[in-house]
Write a new protein. Structure first.
Length: 254
């Protein structure tokens, strides 16, 4: 079993809880890292132990080669995901992380482990996936898109050294997101709650609703004010959503 206080390659425990009844695992967006989810950790109560996946090529894994495929990212994290405590578990993934979390959920289901719920955010359902080809564009085009999405502090994007540090990671992550090839398979048996920003011009509400095709259980689409990175202003609401799906009321199971 994973020791939440021990350093691992793929998982970081952002909120260790001695008496936790639920595990939540977060999967970051393209260019993202575990630190993105610190605000969420501060919004969750003592019943939740929060982990986040650290992809290679960033922060303390910056010297490791990046991976440019969704299945490779999911497979890399899989051993440590399977080693987490055997208790109710929720996966939450944003953008690229929604696809990585989905593939990881399918992999653990193949090994007899079912999630309590899966929350994909800021990503069309896998059957609606399409590539904009940004990973093949030049650096200026990629930086322009990063500024437009507002997922990275614009002041950092004005720093040439920072830009040169993150561009290879961003390009690999965008390649993983855009080259994702959905392979039809058994749907998940857990509820899926898709989260969507009301003014996200990357993803339509219709495409976000396609996540409903990936489960035999209940599906909900929850829309929040904001664009692709609506999360920055909505962490308390997202925490409430996680608590709700992690501890469903008896009436919700009928």
């Amino acid at each position: 079993m994973t020791d939440p206080n021990a350093q691992s390659r793929w998982l970081r425990c952002l909120a260790p809880r001695d008496d936790a009844s639920t595990t939540v695992v977060c999967f970051p967006h393209a260019g993202g890292s575990t630190s993105y989810f610190h605000p969420l950790a501060r919004c969750l109560d003592e019943s939740v132990e929060l982990y986040a996946v650290q992809y290679p090529g960033r922060q303390d894994r910056r010297l490791e080669p990046c991976l440019d495929s969704v299945p490779a990212l999911a497979e890399g994290a899989l051993p440590e995901l399977l080693d987490l405590p055997d208790r109710p578990t929720v996966y939450f993934g944003h953008s690229l992380g929604a696809s990585v979390g989905f593939e990881a959920a399918r992999m653990i289901a193949d090994r007899g482990r079912e999630l309590t719920a899966f929350l994909p955010s800021g990503r069309p359902g896998p059957r609606a996936h399409k590539s904009l080809g940004l990973h093949t564009e030049d650096d200026a085009a990629m930086l322009a898109e990063m500024r437009r999405l507002s997922g990275t502090d614009s002041r950092l994007l004005d720093d040439p050294e920072f830009v040169q540090l993150i561009l290879p990671t961003m390009r690999a992550d965008y390649a993983a997101a855009e080259k994702y090839d959905y392979v039809p398979g058994e749907p998940l048996n857990c509820p899926i709650v898709a989260l969507h920003g009301s003014s996200d011009d990357w993803i339509s509400e219709f495409d976000a609703a396609e996540w409903g095709s990936e489960t035999t259980a209940e599906f909900e689409l929850r829309v929040f004010d904001g664009g692709h990175f609506y999360l920055a202003d909505q962490w308390p609401e997202i925490a409430r959503e996680i608590h709700r799906v992690a501890h469903p009321s008896p009436s919700a199971t009928h």
